[in-house]
Design a protein around this ligand. Structure first.
Ligand code: TRP
Length: 330
């Protein structure tokens, strides 16, 4: 095994990837791939905790892989795979569920939010979702888990479960840490800039695969304020501040440079300029992902090899766990 620290992260294919997923997650993953041993997963088993249209889920899972690669994740350097292809996730998930308290799961804020939103379909899968997530991480003995602020509680629960298991059965799992990148831009909705950009709000959200004209339209309509000054001030000017963050992340400019560039210009100049910057950022990603989507054999090769490499590591952990809990060896 290499000396590098190990990273595990994943995104649910429950919607198409957004500018928020790129700027908040994938862009950081790209920066980590040389320094760490990384596994990047398409967590389709998590996606079915709320109802999905099967054909859409299948298309998005494959398209997500194409987009990961188009964003610069190298399938040679990283293990990239689809969660349901590695049965050890479900198997370890069951065991860990027997080391997780009902009360702990009841306290998860994401469960509270999602069960309120899907009140007609609160499944046990939605409830035990954090256990499956713990299995994802612990199977690979990951040291670090890059996640957004909203997933920190799940990673902390994962640590608690691992610690409990280690306490009962002796050292088995590496205790993972949430890894929240300092510069991880938290991209907000263009329609409601106090909410995170979300795939469930298509108007406030830019998708990586959006066409230039759609991107421009969304930025021109972005909610701002009745002032005219392009100034970074998330409290007083959440809309403009979000657009400034997006502009800086897209162009690599600093906030100072951007504020100076648009001093005295007004929003009519600023908003389309942000749109243009995003169009240029996403153009090569979209074109490459479209090209890869036409090459199904290539994508298949990538996810099959990814699953094989993942299984090799996952299986080692699972065998150890099965032995420790007292299962008869096969
Ligand atoms: N729960 C994460 C989210 O909704 C996705 C996820 C599933 C994940 N398993 C993971 C993230 C393991 C990091 C590590 O964003």
């Amino acid at each position: 095994m290499s000396e590098k620290k190990r990273i595990f992260s994943g995104i649910q294919p429950s919607g198409d990837l957004t500018l928020g997923s790129y700027m908040g997650a994938i862009k950081n993953w790209v920066a980590l791939q040389d320094e760490y041993e990384c596994l990047f997963c398409i967590v389709d088993m998590h996606a079915i905790t709320v109802r999905q249209v099967p054909a859409d889920l299948r298309r998005r899972s494959l398209s997500q892989l194409a987009q990961y690669i188009a964003c610069g994740l190298d399938p040679e350097k990283n293990i990239m795979f689809i969660q349901s292809h590695v049965p050890q996730h479900a198997e370890l998930g069951w065991v860990l569920g027997c080391y997780t308290q009902f009360g702990e799961l009841s306290r998860m804020t994401q469960f509270k939010d999602k069960s309120a939103k899907h009140a007609d379909n609160i499944t046990s899968g939605l409830f035990t979702y954090p256990v499956l997530m713990a299995a994802d991480i612990l199977l690979y003995q990951a040291d670090l888990v890059p996640v957004g602020e909203d997933q920190k509680q799940h990673v902390e629960l994962c640590r608690d479960i691992a610690q409990r298991f280690n306490y009962v059965h002796g050292d088995t799992f590496t205790l993972p840490e949430p890894f929240i990148p300092k510069m991880g831009a938290r991209i907000m909705s263009l329609g409601e800039p106090t909410n995170k950009m979300s795939k469930s709000d298509p108007d406030g959200c830019v998708f990586l695969m959006d066409k230039p004209e759609d991107i421009m339209r969304k930025f021109k309509r972005a909610v701002t304020d009745c002032d005219t000054e392009v100034r970074f001030d998330p409290k007083e000017k959440p809309g403009i501040s979000n657009l400034l963050s997006i502009y800086c992340t897209a162009t690599g400019k600093t906030l100072e440079q951007a504020q100076e560039e648009f001093a005295g210009q007004g929003y009519g100049v600023f908003k389309p300029a942000v749109g243009e910057a995003v169009v240029e950022l996403l153009r090569p990603i979209r074109e490459e992902a479209e090209r890869l989507m036409k090459d199904k054999a290539y994508l298949e090769g990538i996810y099959q090899e990814g699953a094989q490499r993942a299984q090799y590591v996952a299986n080692k952990t699972l065998r150890k766990v099965y032995k420790k809990v007292g299962f008869v060896a096969k």
